[in-house]
Design a protein. Structure first.
Length: 405
């Protein structure tokens, strides 16, 4: 009678599942890796188990193919010693299922086939199914142990290289993201400088000396801010490896908010828009100042694009025992309900209104990414007022990335 094997799978067992009996033999040396012995002949299984334990391996034994599949998913062995002539599910099928497993770490588990089938076609079939080594019975125990050590070492080296490659890919992605953040901010500030310069050029004869000084002062402020961005680029890049490495400084939050709003004064003047800041003057936070400036400038840039002529933008700060909360409220047209879940997506620029100002579609995406990197959160909230209100929450508990006094 043919066995039905197409519905069998290697399963991962949770802590709630029944555990196997513990091994009666103890490790004689430090653990060199986990080996699953799949062998239905009890004497052979015991000999392999005894000798592998003596040499420092952690050993598990399965007596049939189905038990082997369950144990592979549960124990994640570093090596499988696999007999082929097994009850319930043969070794060929077990090998095939391992190699086709969705978890690539498990799918790459080294397999040594141990079989009484010594014909050339059997060996070829074993290698074709993905076996790393095919040893016909009777085999040399010494050879099995030496080959097991070598394959486990190679497998661990492969896993380390895979992990390193994954880390490099993550670093590359984060580097690209940070470059987009910084270039987006550079574009914002250059746009401000260009707008001020055009205003000065077209209004030279109409401007009072005090107004001209104010505008040129804003150009200086923006230029200095661009210089600070360049100086802090390497510090910002530290987040590629670990957010905890971001350089933090004690910052008076009200002063930082005023510094950021000054950068947008010219744009606000062009729309006759007021920017009001409500923040306690003694609120001090420990954070990465450039990161927070980038978030706030992206939000202000967005608010000014949509604010009404002769409108008003309000920045308010609240603090409780665990968070500092910064809200930026504009009086623009607001955001349609169907877009509210999309506005933080990368490169999303909105499609519901053709009159919306153009942009890169990166500002809100980058703002949220930076907020989360600093242990906070940026969201659009509904406070039943006209326009939009973006809320930036930053933790200030002693154990958080950010602290406040």
């Amino acid at each position: 009678m043919m066995r039905q094997v197409n519905k069998v799978a290697i399963t991962t067992v949770t802590a709630e599942d029944e555990q196997l009996p513990s091994q009666v033999l103890q490790l004689a040396t430090p653990n060199r890796g986990k080996i699953l012995v799949v062998e239905d002949e009890a004497e052979l299984a015991e000999v392999l188990e005894f000798n592998l334990l003596r040499r420092g391996f952690e050993v598990f034994v399965a007596n049939d193919g189905l038990e082997a599949c369950r144990m592979i998913g549960r124990e994640n062995p570093d090596l499988i010693l696999l007999d082929l002539m097994l009850p319930l599910l043969d070794g060929w099928e077990v090998c095939k299922m391992v190699r086709l497993h969705h978890d690539q770490r498990l799918a790459k588990t080294p397999i040594i086939m141990l079989s009484a089938l010594g014909a050339t076609e059997d060996r070829v079939k074993g290698y074709d199914l993905g076996a790393d080594l095919y040893l016909p019975k009777p085999y040399s125990l010494k050879e099995v142990i030496v080959k097991s050590q070598q394959l486990i070492a190679q497998h661990q080296e492969y896993l380390q290289l895979t992990q390193n490659l994954s880390s490099l890919q993550n670093v590359s992605e984060l580097q690209d993201q940070w470059q987009q953040v910084l270039f987006h901010e550079l574009r914002n500030q250059l746009t401000l400088i260009s707008g001020i310069a055009e205003h000065l050029q077209s209004s030279t004869t109409d401007l009072l000396h005090e107004q001209a000084d104010q505008l040129t002062g804003q150009i200086v402020d923006s230029s200095q801010y661009l210089g600070a961005l360049a100086d802090n680029y390497l510090l910002v890049r530290n987040m590629e490896n670990n957010a905890d490495q971001l350089h933090r400084e004690r910052v008076v939050l009200a002063e930082l908010l005023i510094e950021v709003t000054k950068l947008f004064k010219a744009s606000a003047m062009q729309k006759s828009c007021d920017i009001d800041v409500f923040c306690a003057t003694d609120l001090v936070v420990n954070l990465h100042p450039v990161g927070l400036k980038i978030i706030l400038s992206s939000l202000l840039d967005n608010a000014l694009k949509y604010a009404m002529l002769d409108g008003n933008i309000v920045i308010s700060v609240k603090k409780d025992a665990t968070h500092v909360c910064i809200e930026i409220q504009d009086d623009g047209p607001g955001i349609d309900a169907e877009e509210r879940n999309q506005i933080f997506a990368k490169f999303y620029r909105g499609t519901t209104t053709s009159e919306k100002p153009s942009g890169s579609g990166l500002g809100l995406y980058m703002g949220r990414s930076l907020a989360e990197a600093m242990g906070g959160h940026l969201q659009l909230i509904d406070n039943h007022l006209p326009g939009c209100c973006f809320q930036l929450q930053l933790p200030c508990s002693p154990s958080s990335l950010l602290q406040c006094e």
